[in-house]
Design a protein around this ligand. Structure first.
Ligand SMILES: C[S@@+](CC[C@H](N)C(=O)[O-])C[C@H]1O[C@@H](n2cnc3c(N)ncnc32)[C@H](O)[C@@H]1O
Length: 287
């Protein structure tokens, strides 16, 4: 695909422009999101047309003009080719996720993580997903495990609206319960000591909300899937750095725990990584 895209653009871009063209871009449903370096901005429509030519399922191309920002984790998007819209339906493992990329967070790059976590869930577990977005982790879990309930919180009302729609689209109304609000408040008011497993797929806030993850877990403990961003030089191990920081906090919170698994989910920049660690809480005194 990359080779045919480059071939198509060979006559329209000069060698320097071809050299700085990013190799990867996201396709979400029938929308492609591209990023280009400043020198390529005037040629972005040509790149977009070439993508639509080489990827026939793409009906819209959007240019990402900012990093993922703010409480709702949104990126600024500019329409450049095809149908002028930001709503689409993405398919993943047979699940359908309706999203409006202008108003909600969605990343197809987390699909492996969603299935990995779903496969760990044991029959009849109760799960709290503290940062659920449009419900992707919760829905994959409901479809591919025998989970009892997934309480699925998000602070973005548009995301929770799409989550409600996705719950119906995927026929998981019995298992997935969308909740609108701040995860701290909802856990403290409604979800104390109910969960066997807690998901924290928001690296920017996972450390701050660790207290609430423990409050949500049953006194007998359970599992926390903790996501973080970590910087690591070549001689450092990013997963170990996250484990060390989280261990220190868990000890202060008087939890007994072990960390059976951790991995780099993806690199996010030079020497920066997205990390997941699975934490097993074996004794939990948080109430
Ligand atoms: C990185 S996204 C992850 C969404 C989803 N888990 C996924 O993988 O698509 C983080 C989500 O957390 C939500 N969020 C941010 N702060 C929150 C808070 N204090 N309480 C609940 N949700 C929050 C954002 O609106 C966003 O949808």
């Amino acid at each position: 695909m990359w080779r045919s895209l480059k071939t198509l653009l060979r006559d329209q871009l000069n060698p320097e422009e071809l050299r700085v063209l990013y190799k990867s871009f996201d396709i979400i449903g029938d929308i492609a999101i591209i990023r280009v370096q400043n020198i390529l901005k005037p040629k972005a429509p040509l790149v977009a047309e070439a993508i639509m030519e080489t990827h026939k399922q793409v009906k819209t191309v959007l240019l990402q003009t900012s990093p993922v920002l703010g409480e709702f984790r949104l990126r600024k998007l500019q329409w450049i080719a095809g149908e002028n819209r930001t709503e689409t339906v993405h398919r993943e493992f047979g699940c359908l996720f309706k999203v409006d990329l202008k108003y909600v967070y969605f990343s197809p790059r987390l699909c492996y993580e969603r299935m990995r976590v779903a496969k760990l869930v044991r029959p009849n577990e109760v799960v709290a997903n503290l940062f659920a977005g449009v419900g992707c982790f919760s829905i994959v879990m409901a479809r591919f495990s025998k989970v009892d309930k997934v309480h699925s919180i998000d602070i973005n009302s548009v995301a929770v609206g799409y989550m409600q729609e996705n719950v119906m689209l995927n026929k998981v109304k019995r298992q997935v319960i969308p909740l609108l609000g701040d995860a701290k408040e909802i856990v403290e008011k409604q979800l104390r000591n109910v969960a066997d497993r807690v998901l924290m797929p928001l690296p920017e806030k996972a450390y701050e909300y660790l207290d609430q993850a423990l409050i949500a877990l049953k006194p007998s403990g359970g599992y926390i899937h903790y996501y973080a961003f970590e910087h690591a030089r070549k001689d450092e191990k990013p997963v170990e750095k996250v484990k060390a920081r989280v261990s220190e906090k868990l000890r202060k919170l008087k939890a007994e725990f072990n960390m059976p698994f951790g991995r780099i989910v993806r690199p996010t920049g030079p020497n920066w990584y997205q990390i997941v660690i699975d934490i097993q809480i074996t004794s939990n005194s948080a109430v």
